[in-house]
Ligand binder design. Sequence first.
Ligand SMILES: NC(=O)c1ccc[n+]([C@@H]2O[C@H](COP(=O)([O-])OP(=O)(O)OC[C@H]3O[C@@H](n4cnc5c(N)ncnc54)[C@H](O)[C@@H]3O)[C@@H](O)[C@H]2O)c1
Length: 515
Amino acid sequence: MSFRNEPILELRRAPARESLLEALRGLDARLPLEVPILVGGERGAASGLDSTDPGAPDRLVARAGSATEADAAAAVEAAERGFREWSPRPAAERAEVLRRAAAILRERRLELAALQVRECAKPWPEADGDVCEAIDFLEYYALEAIELDAGRPLVQVPGERNTMRYAPRGVAAVISPWNFPLAIPCGMTAAALAAGNAAVLKPAEQSPGSAGALVDALHEAGVPREALSLLPGYGEPGAALVRDPRVHVIAFTGSSAVGLDILRAAAETPEGQGHVKRVVSEMGGKNCVIVDADADLDEVVPELVYSAFGYAGQKCSAAARVLVHEAAADTLLERLAGAVSVLDVGQADRFATEVPPVIEREAQERVLRYAAMGEPVAQAQSVPPEGWFCPPTLLADLPDDSSVLSEEVFGPLLALTRVRSVDEACDIVDALPFALTGGLFSRSPATVERVAARVPVGNLYVNRGITGAMVGRQPFGGNRRSGIGSKAGGPDYLLQFVEPRVVTENTMRHGIPVD
Ligand SMILES: NC(=O)c1ccc[n+]([C@@H]2O[C@H](COP(=O)([O-])OP(=O)(O)OC[C@H]3O[C@@H](n4cnc5c(N)ncnc54)[C@H](O)[C@@H]3O)[C@@H](O)[C@H]2O)c1
């Protein structure tokens, strides 16, 4: 069986749009959703944590439990039992369960997309893409788990048999962000389960509804309840999971500050903990797009604008800086300014919206603070009064020490810097501690080759936008301070959730024992 990406909806077609709106009406009638803490199949509290619509903060989207340290401890205890039930199942059986979960998400894709529109203000194309990506992760890791289970071939010599197999590690703590509210928790959880681990999912406090839908689908598909618990809540249950000596592997995606804290905490190996924790930590970025003097600006402008402002710049892969050759800088700046000033800023449920609100008040304040560090070259003018909106902003020619140029803003803000050459642009990229994604627009094959060899980023996109990595096609993840781990949606990812075991047997006969 081979892997194919789930086709996205054709939103240019009116019936596709109408079907989404109908799903949204259905969802609205059911709000607020109830998302209880789920520990080993026991339903716990479903209050203490409210998720609201970033575009209409009075709208309550989900009422969730707020898990505590004690809930985290109970979830790990359940996971230890769940591991004993789940891990002996043949890889093909586990894969089948994941595929069933993919089928359930497929069946519910419209309402799941609608939920992201409400819970995270994701515009329709991105919300639909996120659901497709979640389905892709389930299908892809299901296939990968079967392949991994076959082990790897080793050199054999006469009289000796060598085998290399992979065993699940045990209990996996999965800690996810809100910006891909279904796809990212789904990817990390699916990988842990596919490889035979039990999982405890601690989703972001901003998106418990989407995480609840994911866990429901996995349970319904056949993942034993003790092998998958859900801990909606703030940071506290996440921190408790990270420190629990019974946790074997931690899969985290989120900010650098939290990721580094997790790495430090997980390195503690107290007396009595019989293993060293494995940490997969995918963190933030400061993604640069290099534009060479010979670039086709007709191509650059729309791709760059979408990369920087799509989903209000809240994708980890989003463009934050453009490093443009001085020969093209004035023209690019003028054209970018024109494009930014007419961006359609609005509610996520409108199909015309290009820039939705940011996730919460704190994010709005942060983005506005950074945007005020320069003189805007362009700013979208019309911004709805209600909701956590920030006007998309273009800054240019900031001083080298401006924190806008080095810190992750995670919002609709793009900073342009002029460079004398592509090599100078590469030096700038090289000097940044982050190395998640990057882009290059150039018509010269030699330049493309040189830049690809030089820049340290995890995912470099050439002559196209820098967001929208597809499972299996663009395995995704950062380098340097943007992440440690092999790329999500790629052939090495599952290796992080298993332990390799080599058995070497002397096959020379020594006689057969007879009782
Ligand atoms: N590299 C990638 O693939 C990737 C993908 C998506 C998002 N991101 C990054 O994620 C960030 C945005 O997401 P966010 O705001 O949800 O990130 P965040 O770090 O604030 O939160 C992520 C998760 O960690 C939990 N958490 C908070 N404090 C914790 C602690 N002390 N111990 C354990 N868990 C804790 C949160 O509750 C949440 O579930 C951005 O920096 C973005 O670049 C990276």
